[in-house]
Ligand binder design. Structure first.
Ligand SMILES: Cc1ncc(C[n+]2csc(CCOP(=O)(O)OP(=O)(O)O)c2C)c(N)n1
Ligand SMILES: [Mg+2]
Length: 562
């Protein structure tokens, strides 16, 4: 590191460092780090995706990060900083390595009522792992390296650097700088901490002794790339696997040991199996409210084994009979090595039971998944997506009802399909799909969102068209946010008034037409049989596509079973 310093601007240094970390796209609203953008054009191939809002820029960076496993970068000037911070909230909740750069106050003028200025730094505190200021150009190299160290390490998460000057003008300054990068931090996980042997043995023994164990695979399995090891261990010991929403692509839904997503936005079979288990093994899971249906699935007190890269996560909500601190892939491989396959025999009856619960779910919902009703039932869309999404696709799902329909009713068919979900923010998925397409241009990206979710960032259709970020967005369009229906029924003491619908419905709009007007391909689907052909056409189109599906406003997703 020493001896290579040369005189350069902060802008040159930052452009070189982003290139060195393999960043292919940055997402932003101007004007921030303007000189850096000019240097990016001169010195790198980095695409500067100019968006219609800072929140959508953050969501795109998040989608980019989750799809690629690489840090995603977004930027905003001082007046847009809190919009960007709002967009980091989902990345924080989902443990996504997003790096946010903003412009900030200059010490020479702060407190003098500078136009557009407030102290933004505190607002980034609750949504970042590391939140810092870069006040002097000599700090560019070490602070940018620290940002890239923190975001993907351990349990990944967002980072914020505020550069001095409302537009980050500190990048104009010159100094002796060394744009050194540490390439191992260019992706998740930078390191794979190995567990100690004793805790591996304790975990495997607990699993082997159990008669009705279940694995709950969380997002940490995907972050670690541990899906193959997970399935190998479950097959060796014959243990059914439920997943969290974040862990849904840990194994295909078609795998005989898969019982589905457990928790609140879940599949009945998963909750039933988890609640019958005598031991629950959480892998890379926070054991949070969504995954456990607020600690009713499994009930608190159910013996647990927990495996996590973050020791502070171990035992948070369930008493552990064994805790393993380590990277999921390395840990599961170590467990497989010492596993005694003969113990699988004692779980024969349990596997038969779990598989019959699994089959009962399909028997209960098969007809709905193929429903011919008009307006279209959202379950039919899930059934058709299960059948027709390409083998290498990334499926990206919004929250609310979208998360319920797809979390519970959609199945991945192959280990090469990916699934990403909003960790709670309505409107995340459409933008995340654009970012995912930037990260993985060779893979089909299929977004599933409600109309309320789609409205949020509808202007980004234009961004997708301008940058040829050809995601396919399926809008479950019921002209309202009908997940709220049950809640307002309750609020009105059983049955809401007709006027109460003004709280959750919209005018009916044809999103296909709007998409066409912005230069995307728009397809309107009103009959169930037209959905699969529309999807095929969309995937072949090589353009951004919006499939506007007119659906039943009275269709409500099944609620969690305990
Ligand atoms: C940022 C944010 N605000 C509010 C909510 C609360 N919320 C959850 S679902 C929902 C309505 C969803 O409507 P839509 O996307 O059209 O799906 P539908 O329920 O109609 O299928 C709302 C307002 C949220 N999850 N996120
Ligand atoms: Mg809706």
């Amino acid at each position: 590191m020493l001896g290579h310093n040369r005189k350069m601007t902060g802008a040159e240094c930052l452009a070189d460092m982003l290139k060195g970390y393999g960043v292919s796209h940055v997402f932003m609203v101007p004007a921030v780090l303007r000189r850096t953008f000019a240097e990016m054009e001169r010195r790198t191939e980095i695409k500067r995706i100019h968006c219609h809002g800072e929140k959508s820029a953050a969501y795109m960076a998040d989608g980019y990060a989750r799809a690629s496993g690489k840090p995603g970068v977004c930027m905003a000037q001082v007046i847009g900083a809190l919009n960007l911070a709002a967009g980091l909230r989902d990345a924080w909740l989902a443990h996504s390595p997003v790096i946010a750069f903003t412009g900030g106050r200059d010490p020479s003028s702060k407190f003098r009522k500078v136009y557009q200025e407030v102290d933004d730094v505190p607002a980034f505190e609750p949504v970042t792992k590391f939140n810092a200021t870069v006040d002097d150009v000599t700090r560019f190299p070490d602070m940018v390296r620290q940002a890239f160290r923190v975001a993907p390490s351990g349990t990944p998460g967002p980072v914020h650097l505020q550069f001095r000057g409302n537009e980050g003008q500190v990048d104009l300054d010159q100094a002796e700088l060394e744009p050194l990068v540490e390439p191992q931090f260019a992706r998740v996980p930078p390191f794979r901490p190995a567990p100690d042997e004793q805790s591996v043995r304790a975990a495997i023994q607990a699993l082997q002794q159990a008669e009705r164990p279940v694995i709950v695979a969380g997002g940490g399995v995907g972050a670690s790339g541990a899906a193959a090891e997970l399935v190998a261990l479950a097959e060796a010991l014959q243990i059914p696997i439920a997943t969290s929403l974040n862990g849904k692509d840990s194994l295909p839904g078609t795998h005989p040991l898969s019982v589905g997503v457990c928790g609140t936005y879940s599949r009945e079979s998963a909750n039933r199996v988890v609640n019958r288990a005598d031991l629950v093994c959480f892998i890379g899971s926070e054991t949070g409210g969504m995954t456990t249906h607020f600690w009713a699935v499994p009930k608190i007190g159910t013996p647990a084994v927990q495996i996590d890269i973050d020791p502070e996560a171990l035992g948070r909500n369930y008493p552990c009979v064994a805790m393993v601190n380590g990277d999921a892939k390395v840990t599961l491989a170590a467990m497989l090595k010492v596993a005694d396959r003969d113990t699988a025999a004692k779980r024969k009856a349990w596997i038969v039971e779990a598989q019959s619960i699994r089959k009962e779910w399909y028997a209960k919902y098969d007809a709905l998944l193929a429903s011919d009703q008009v307006p279209i039932h959202p379950a039919r869309m899930c059934g058709d997506l299960t059948k027709h999404v390409p083998n290498d696709a990334i499926v990206i799902v919004d929250t609310g009802h979208a998360g319920m329909w797809m979390g519970g009713m959609y199945d991945l068919r192959t280990p090469t399909q990916s699934y990403m979900r909003s960790a709670g923010h309505l409107g995340w998925a459409f933008c995340a799909g654009i970012g995912a397409k930037a990260a993985c241009p060779e893979r089909p990206v299929v977004v599933f969102t409600g109309d309320a979710g789609f409205w949020y960032h509808i202007g980004e259709i234009e961004t997708a068209v301008r940058w040829k970020l050809n995601s396919v967005t399926v809008v479950n369009n019921n002209s309202g946010g009908n997940q709220s229906k049950r809640g307002f029924d309750r609020a009105y003491g059983g049955k809401q008034t007709e006027q109460a619908r003004e709280l959750w419905t919209y005018t009916s709009v044809n999103f296909a037409k709007i998409a066409e007007d912005m230069g995307a391909l728009g397809i309107r689907v009103e009959k169930p049989a037209d959905f699969a052909p529309a999807l095929a056409k969309a995937i072949a189109a090589n353009r951004p596509v919006v499939i506007d599906v007119v659906t039943d406003i009275d269709a409500l997703a099944p609620q969690a079973v305990t």
